[in-house]
Design a protein around this ligand. Structure first.
Ligand code: B12
Ligand code: SF4
Ligand code: SF4
Length: 313
């Protein structure tokens, strides 16, 4: 392996990141992977347009010109736990889980470490908006689960991915066909347990238009067919990850993320405008990256609290 790339790996691993580096010459192939899904209609174009506009997915299949011509893509992964929040209401405590990957403060850490290291060698770095799961798997850093989420040895799916462009050359890489975990050949747990049947036998790609996350990450009312009992996290869903045997050593990894007083809980449930929240509430929500999702919390939290109330009676 190139000495500079090896040094980068060492620097990142000293702060608990794993990484892979691939050449930008593979980007047309990544673009083709996508176009194929649209051509085969595994991905409905209208639905995908909605996803693109909701998440601002203007993919950088052509690297931006903010740095000298990019020659490589660096993909990083860092372990991440679930975060648990407690909300007090009518003298009782209600719990809400934030799945791994929603807390994104590690992105800046990855960028800083890479940027510092590469500048020592005369190279630059910038963010890359690319399909990170596909990149992680094609670079050999991760493998897909049947649930469409990526898995990394020792971390399971409890990790956050990120991608960066650099002008650092990378002539030799481990670019490969996408692979799924061997365990998925004999397991159908996620297929059976997904409450909305978004994971299907006849296709690998998750049916994103059925996934709980698709609904609880947008502010509209839940659709008629949606059973509120399915909702299991403050945002997103953990069923296909927590039921997965490849995650058995990680599912209990939960970090406390803060407690919200009765007054704060009522304010959230009443949908008090974000800028009218007390600074301590803003701080707590910011710490777990939930201030940016504030508009979703009123509905999502109330569904969770009602579910817990039902199970307590
Ligand atoms: C849009 C989006 C969603 C949408 C739609 C997802 C989709 N598949 O279209 C919705 C809202 C449904 C969603 C849900 C979730 N998401 Co999301 N999502 C994204 C986002 C922003 C873009 C992903 C995208 O468009 N992918 C397009 C699809 C086509 O790519 P793909 O899923 O990798 O599909 C490839 C494979 O299917 C492969 N393939 C096809 N056939 C076959 C056959 C075989 C055998 C194999 C091996 C592979 C293979 O080819 C496809 C690409 O060509 C990314 C961020 C990013 N920059 O990538 C996060 C991201 C992928 N999401 C993430 C997460 C965590 C989730 C949730 C688990 C959220 C949660 N905890 O509640 C759920 C999981 C749902 C699921 N089971 O997949 C993480 C993934 C982390 C990880 N370790 O995998 C990301 C990277 C965000 C992050 N901040 O970290 N998500
Ligand atoms: S639950 Fe089973 S099939 Fe699904 S991702 Fe995990 S190991 Fe694979
Ligand atoms: S995140 Fe939930 S709804 Fe989406 S595929 Fe997994 S289990 Fe199904």
């Amino acid at each position: 392996m190139d000495m500079i790339i090896e040094g980068l790996q060492q620097r990142l691993s000293s702060v608990d990141f794993k990484n892979a580096v691939v050449s930008t010459r593979h980007l047309p192939e990544l673009r083709r992977d996508f176009e194929k899904l649209l051509e085969e209609k595994s991905l409905d174009r209208n639905f995908y347009d909605e996803i693109v506009s909701r998440y601002g997915l203007q993919w950088h299949f052509d690297p931006p010109d903010t740095i000298p011509p990019a020659k490589s893509v660096i993909i990083t992964a860092t372990p991440q736990p679930k975060v648990s929040l407690e909300f007090l209401l009518s003298g009782k405590g209600y719990y809400a889980i934030i799945p791994p990957t929603y807390v994104h403060d590690t992105d800046k850490k990855a960028a800083d470490v890479i940027s510092r290291y590469l500048s020592e060698h005369g190279y630059e770095v910038c963010d890359a908006l690319l399909p990170t799961k596909l990149l992680a798997v094609r670079s050999g850093l991760a493998r897909y689960g049947r649930n469409n989420i990526t898995y990394i040895d020792n971390w399971g799916s409890y990790h956050r991915l990120r991608a960066f462009f650099s002008d650092m050359p990378c002539d030799d890489d481990c670019w490969q066909e996408p692979v799924a975990m061997e365990l998925c050949n004999t397991c159908t747990t996620c297929l059976k347990e997904c409450p909305t049947k978004a994971i299907q036998q006849d296709r690998f790609l998750v049916n994103a238009g059925k996934c709980l996350t698709f609904f609880n990450e947008k502010a509209d009312e839940f659709p008629q067919w949606f059973d509120p009992e399915w909702h299991n996290c403050l945002i997103g869903c953990m069923i296909c990850q927590d039921m997965c045997p490849a995650n058995k050593d990680h599912t209990a990894w939960i970090m406390p993320g803060g407690e919200f007083s009765e007054e704060e809980t009522v304010m959230i449930l009443d949908g008090v405008c974000k800028d009218k929240l007390p600074s301590r509430t803003i701080e707590k929500l910011t710490n777990v990256c939930m201030l940016e999702e504030y508009d979703l919390l009123r509905r999502n939290l109330s569904v969770l609290i009602n579910k817990q109330k039902r199970s307590k009676t």
